[in-house]
Design a protein around this ligand. Sequence first.
Ligand SMILES: Cc1ncc(COP(=O)(O)O)c(C=O)c1O
Length: 445
Amino acid sequence: MNGKEIVQQIRQKMRDHHGLFARSIPLIASENITSNEVREATLCDFSHRYAEGWPGERVYAGCQYIDDVEFICMDLAKEVFKADFADVRPISGVVANLVLYSAFTNPGDISMSISIPSGGHISTGPLHTKKGAFMGGTAGAVRGLNVQYIPFDRRALVVDVEKAEEAIKELKPKLLHFGASVFLFPQPVEKLAPVAKDLGATVTYDAAHVSGLIACGYFQNPLIEGAEAMSFSTHKTMFGPQHGCVVATSDKEEFYDKIKRATFPGMTSNHHLHNVAALAITLAEIKEFGKDYGGQVIKNSQALAKALESEGFTICGKERGYTKSHTLLVDISPLQEKAGLGKDIEEDLEEADIILNRNLLPWDMFEGRNYLNPGGIRMGTSEITRLGMKEGEMKEIANFIRRVVIDREDPKKIAKEVNAFRKNYQQLHYCFSSNEDAYRYIEIY
Ligand SMILES: Cc1ncc(COP(=O)(O)O)c(C=O)c1O
């Protein structure tokens, strides 16, 4: 294949991908879809430039408009997160976590976070598991932190506050880092932050999943509850470009300087300026549409949980109302004989054009299952909410899922029905150009 043919092949694959998402039900909890305004920003000339340093103090020329945009972005981030400081340069959620680690810890320090089986993310994980197997989580492997876990009530899916308080007092961590990837319920920042701070810890919160809900006012704001800094990705419940951010509130100016220095020259050189512009637009969209969007995301996740339960599924977190976020977790282990485990079910549903992911349940490891074929599946309602779906549609989605997983109907047959259902949800909502085709492949030549 010559170069031109390769280019055409790649373009065709991208078009096919757009087609796949235009006809499927997208339920991945860590994903969302951006508006045309955000997509336009990601294509602009900012994506070819450098602007090292802080806006207004760059060590590169040609940055005047880039600086203006970055200042607007920082102001908007401070406003929506009710923070005194924002650094919009980290290029992803993992990098935002690394910024916090390098600003507030030294290698060998103890940090505390939620374990991966309990819903924590690899970027907050240790170098080795407790049994000594290589794990390679970013906090341990890259920053060299001695990662200890925040005690977690596995069945209730919440932090065990009493045990966590004891553990903090015993371990005296340098960093207490809240947050998770399977984030159904708020975490006890208000109760535990003072305990950790009194012992000299910095208290931070990884809001990669829930930042959009926090910005819209529908999830705990950790900065108000006593955390000093919050790291996050901007593309999960926040419907922005793939990027990262750190916001903070502290009475010490040097606290902010540490974050700034950790970001640059620590973790970034070029900070993906097109995504900073796209993030500023996303924040403006959140200001305008966040109240309606955030509320509907949570109504939808609770409605989907209830509908799935009526269809015969076991939903985790029932005692607490299934979920208080965009995410729901289904225990599919009771269906193992009939339908297999997480990997099998993920694959069957993908054949039916229903896209979600397998997920480790907090107790899977104790029952002999692992992350490759775990006992759970995770779903999120951010993207389907942006497509205008409401509680009624959650019932239809739950019914499709039952027919594939429990009734063992042919996934290819269900796919045809899913595609017909999706035809009615092609427009993007909660954005300024809402009449546009949400999954249009934008050609610029
Ligand atoms: C809790 C948490 N932190 C960090 C990340 C990483 O974010 P990114 O992919 O933007 O680096 C994720 C991604 O899913 C996450 O769930």
